[in-house]
Design a binder for this molecule. Structure first.
Ligand code: SF4
Length: 366
């Protein structure tokens, strides 16, 4: 779908946004250009993947550490997945790290270690969806490719006073078409970055700062006084809640940790073994069953360690952690990728999700 925009209007929109954008957030580490004024596609790629579901402030230190540890595509491709997950620990949405790692291996094997500038080749890499594709093509390679993420969706819905549900496929197509029609051929990267920045700092979700907005005079939503009500979203569904158990299974000073299967949520991360309770099951029964299924061991469930509450995108959990010990059987990796005995002094070399980090913190407090 292409949308005709008045060329004079479009040029003014781009000019205003670019003039404003040139003064914004140049200090961000992934915005630094090389001596020749170009941006390293690998750095742009890593930054865009990290920024997908995580805010700028959180990403900053992670980005610096990640680039120091894996300065090139080749170093990332050659690293064990465990090291990559460890560098990602705490950022969440770990599929991003697994995809980035796998994609780096493909770039080395099929593209000589150079991030491809061809849209089809880039789009075939794991973890590169339409938004990331547009960001890399425009920012790293100067190609007029569109972007559409939550921030840009909000800005465009307001500028064009789109009152339809922005998650509906037809509206989504229209927003992509608008983004494509807006991006100027002579400065696509700077324009897209300015559009993202506008959404992140001025055209914010609650109470947009219209008086500070460079495109206020062009904004239909503002002219109609409906900007606060946009974008229109479907009503929120209640997220389900699950009780989950985890066992700190002791053997002297050591305890068991298990690696989650790679194809599951949080795949490749290490955890205190356990899992989701069935309806009507007691917490102790749940833990005993999970350890039987995952590691082929029978355990005695002891005192509680801690209770951790956590919200994921589509559900919430209450995680009940217990001390325990094996009463029969030797651990085998039945429904886990691997297991290990470790100690509180040594456990930090295993990448763990935030919920298991909180169990660790409770153990250390004792
Ligand atoms: S004028 Fe207000 S609503 Fe319109 S784009 Fe700017 S900040 Fe957003």
């Amino acid at each position: 779908m292409t949308l005709p925009l008045n060329p004079a209007w479009r040029d003014e929109f781009a000019a205003r946004l670019l003039a404003w954008g040139s003064g914004q957030r140049g200090h961000l580490p992934w915005r630094a250009a090389a001596d020749d004024g170009r941006r390293d596609p690998y750095r742009v790629w890593v930054a865009e993947i990290m920024l997908q579901q995580t805010g700028v402030t959180t990403v900053g230190p992670y980005y610096d550490r990640f680039l120091a540890r894996f300065p090139t595509v080749a170093t990332l491709a050659a690293a064990p997945l465990d090291d990559v997950l460890k560098a990602w620990e705490g950022l969440g949405y770990y599929a991003r790290a697994r995809h980035l790692h796998r994609a780096a291996q493909i770039v080395v094997a099929e593209h000589g270690g150079r991030v491809p500038s061809d849209a089809h080749a880039l789009a075939r890499l794991p973890g590169i969806g339409r938004y990331t594709l547009g960001a890399i093509l425009s920012i790293a390679f100067g190609q007029p490719a569109p972007i559409l993420d939550g921030n840009v969706r909000r800005v465009l819905a307001r500028v064009f006073a789109i009152t339809d549900n922005v998650r509906a496929p037809a509206t989504e197509r229209r927003l992509w078409a608008l983004s494509e029609a807006l991006v100027p051929a002579d400065a696509p990267g700077a324009f897209n970055e300015a559009l993202m920045d506008l959404g992140a700092t001025i055209c914010i979700a609650a109470r947009p700062r219209c008086l500070a907005c460079p495109v206020m005079s062009l904004c239909q939503g503002r002219a109609m006084g409906i900007q606060d009500a946009l974008p229109t979203r479907p009503p929120r569904r209640q997220t389900p809640h699950y009780d989950v158990t985890a066992g700190v299974i002791w053997r002297g000073d050591e305890f068991l940790v298990a690696q989650r299967p790679l194809d599951k949520m949080l795949g490749g991360l290490w955890e205190f073994p356990g899992g989701k309770c069935d309806p009507g099951e007691t917490l102790a029964d749940c833990l005993r069953r999970e350890l039987r299924e995952e590691l082929a061991i029978e355990v005695a469930v002891g005192d509680a360690v801690t209770v951790v509450r956590h919200a994921y995108t589509h559900f919430r959990i209450t995680l009940h952690a217990f001390h325990g010990r094996i009463v029969s059987g030797e651990p085998r990796a039945v429904e886990v990728a691997a297991f290990a005995w470790t100690t509180l002094a040594d456990v930090d070399r295993y990448a763990m999700a935030v919920t298991d980090q909180r169990i660790l913190a409770a153990l250390r407090r004792r």
